[in-house]
Design a protein around this ligand. Sequence first.
Ligand code: RNT
Ligand code: ZN
Length: 416
Amino acid sequence: MTQGRYESAREIYRRIGVDTDRAIEAAARIPVSLHCWQGDDVIGFDQRGALSGGIQTTGNYPGKARTPQELMADLDEALSLSPGEKKLNLHASYAIFEDGGFADRDALEPRHFRPWVEFAKARGLGLDFNPTLFSHPMVRENLTLSHPDPAVRAFWIRHCQACLRISQYFAEELGRPCVMNIWIPDGYKDIPADRLAPRQRFRDALDEILQTPYDREKVLVSLESKVFGIGMESYTVGSAEFTVNYAASRGILPLMDNGHYHPTEVVSDKISAMLLFFDKIALHVTRGVRWDSDHVVLFEDEIKEIAKEVVRCGAGRVLAALDFFDASINRIAAWAVGMRSFRKALLYALLAPGATLRRLQEEGRLTELLALQEELKTYPFGDVWEELCARCGVPGREDWFREIERYEETVLRQRD
Ligand code: RNT
Ligand code: ZN
């Protein structure tokens, strides 16, 4: 039955010049980095306090991972339901302190992440990394690398330098580059008297961090911008202009999170412009509902449009990671929905007759372009998606949810 539907879909797409087998292969090959922090509401293993830094999870769904073992088991479950090439994205706060040996953020070493390297190796995953400049007592008045006190800045500079060494360790152990993304929460709730000085301090702190010797082939440092945060509504130090100019002038990557812009601004439109001036860019794929709410990524218009730009402008130059955290639903299902939805969007983009559409635009046949783009929406995309899942050995349709139910019953419910 499934076979018949796929054969029929293949023929329908073939008539408009699209090779579904190639599309499936290409869609499955694009690496998507899965963020570890959906599994425990962005808490990590190095502190007991609440999440801070202008980001917020809401909800109290049972079964949150409390230990590295639980988080790894949950990640395995999410990975098994998500087709295609994957990386794992870690935050520094997920350091694992074996034998009780604690290290503060500025003293982290590669050995604190050895279990993660073993986890990644055993599953053939690459690792990405993030210094954690939030949920820590050295975040003072919501400031880190831009704080007026040099001792506060120095602590976070040491933290980011330690993270560079850990990132390089990941790259060397796994034989794949590690994207290390820097995001700081720094900003002000109300109108600042001085917008310049914090940005100067941030620039200088970043320069100091990047002076640490590291291999630029192995560690791809990116810098994430943000327009506002909770409690940082009036000003952020790491604004879009700061970030893009910093990245361009220092030869690092800009990272765009599609929750970090004004609500009518879209990242899909920014990708091509950025790729004309950067060899590579990084993305956080998320879903903001009215604000930077970090809802689970769905197969919706802006996500499709982002995936289209990734595919058309050259996969390999856009390094995509997911970034959301929903504590109100089954956290593993949240991961699976997000991964499956973004993979669907990549496949959907690859199933469009790109060359034909581009030609229509170039020849000014814009009515036909509009009409064809609209017709493509009701092509038998779902049958090709099912085939992709089958070829990747991952359950199709809503069948994957049965596995979520079993896991919730047998594992998650036992945790509380
Ligand atoms: C916050 C940024 C940042 C974080 C993660 C946990 O607004 O999006 O990327 O979500 O680092
Ligand atoms: Zn982000």
